[in-house]
Write a protein of this length. Structure first.
Length: 323
């Protein structure tokens, strides 16, 4: 999708150091009274392993593979380990750090590109796999985070949010990271999960939403593309209010007020054919009408604006004194 970026000269070297391991103490920032019970985590400890994987001397970036257990245990062993790729600047910290989430499909090159680009600009980027993504997907399985089984999707989103709260604690513990400069971002599907996680983890002071927003039912219930499903749903006794209640736990619009004390950047596409532009506007309004940037593109043609979009992203996550 963004293949032209692969023209950048990359030098990957064999790891020069052994894997590191340790233990992180997760401690919520406050009493979590504003956070719904399903997204709370009590104080605990978890182990992690970090293995050197790549070095880009010209870019001044190095990458590590990070693994730690999910706080949620499913019946799929592969899904119970969180995998991440930690791109960090090869310079003295402390520097900001950002969790990066992926799009629905593709080869994950986009999120790796974003994480590496952040690191090239002095901001560590940790591309973190969501539930049932990449190595977390059971072998020979078509299982995904998104499914026609809505209950499965809701639980997979819950697991991912809790995983990312642990990822936040991992970054907070790193000596090279400024624990007061943590953020999260995602593109398309990842943007919805990023917004939701930003609401549920107050340590993530900066949130960036690329091609996403909030208000699923408002955006899609009367959409012609879902008409056959809506008709079948209503024939079985379903109605709009019921599905709004059903989806409320995973819709960023539900608790968007929790983003009002974060720093939020929303990048939307004016002609988005996948995520209706009003979803970006919905979240922008509900989160305090902070910064929104509109691209003259559709969902997929937003690739043309990747370079300019990344300039907004880097600016958003750099320390306030540099903005």
């Amino acid at each position: 999708m963004f293949r032209f970026l692969s023209l950048v000269v990359i030098i990957t070297v064999a790891p020069m150091a052994r894997a590191q391991s340790g233990t992180v103490k997760f401690a919520p920032q406050d009493d979590q009274s504003k956070i719904p019970a399903r997204y709370r985590l009590e104080p605990h400890e978890f182990n992690w392993v970090m293995t050197p994987k790549a070095d880009w001397p010209i870019s001044g970036v190095e990458m590590f593979e990070v693994r730690f257990p999910s706080p949620v245990t499913t019946k799929y062993p592969e899904n119970n380990t969180v995998h991440a790729e930690y791109f960090r600047p090869k310079k003295a910290g402390p520097f900001p750090a950002v969790i990066v989430l992926d799009i629905t499909g593709g080869n994950q090159m986009l999120s790796r590109t974003i994480a590496r680009h952040l690191a090239q600009n002095g901001v560590a980027g940790m591309f973190t796999q969501m539930a049932y993504y990449g190595p977390r997907r059971p072998a020979n399985s078509k299982l995904r985070l998104l499914s026609f089984d809505v209950d499965h999707t809701i639980e997979a989103v819950r697991q991912t949010v809790l995983d990312l709260r642990r990822a936040t604690a991992f970054l907070e513990s790193r000596p090279e990271v400024d624990p007061k400069q943590l953020g999260i971002m995602g593109t398309s599907l990842g943007s919805f999960v990023a917004a939701l996680t930003g609401e549920m983890e107050p340590k993530l002071g900066k949130v960036c939403v690329l091609l996403g927003g909030g208000g699923f039912v408002d955006a899609y219930y009367n959409d012609a593309r879902v008409a056959p499903f809506r008709v079948a749903y209503e024939l079985t006794g379903g109605n709009r209010k019921a599905i709004e209640k059903w989806l409320a736990p995973v819709d960023p619009i539900t608790h968007a007020d929790l983003l009002r004390d974060r720093k939020v950047l929303i990048v939307g596409a004016k002609h988005d054919e996948i995520v209706p532009p009003k979803m970006a506007e919905n979240l922008w309004k509900a989160s305090g009408e902070q910064r929104i940037v509109w691209l003259e593109s559709g969902h997929f043609t937003a690739a043309v604006y990747l370079v300019s979009s990344l300039s907004h992203v880097v600016e958003h996550f750099q320390p306030a004194a540099k903005n």
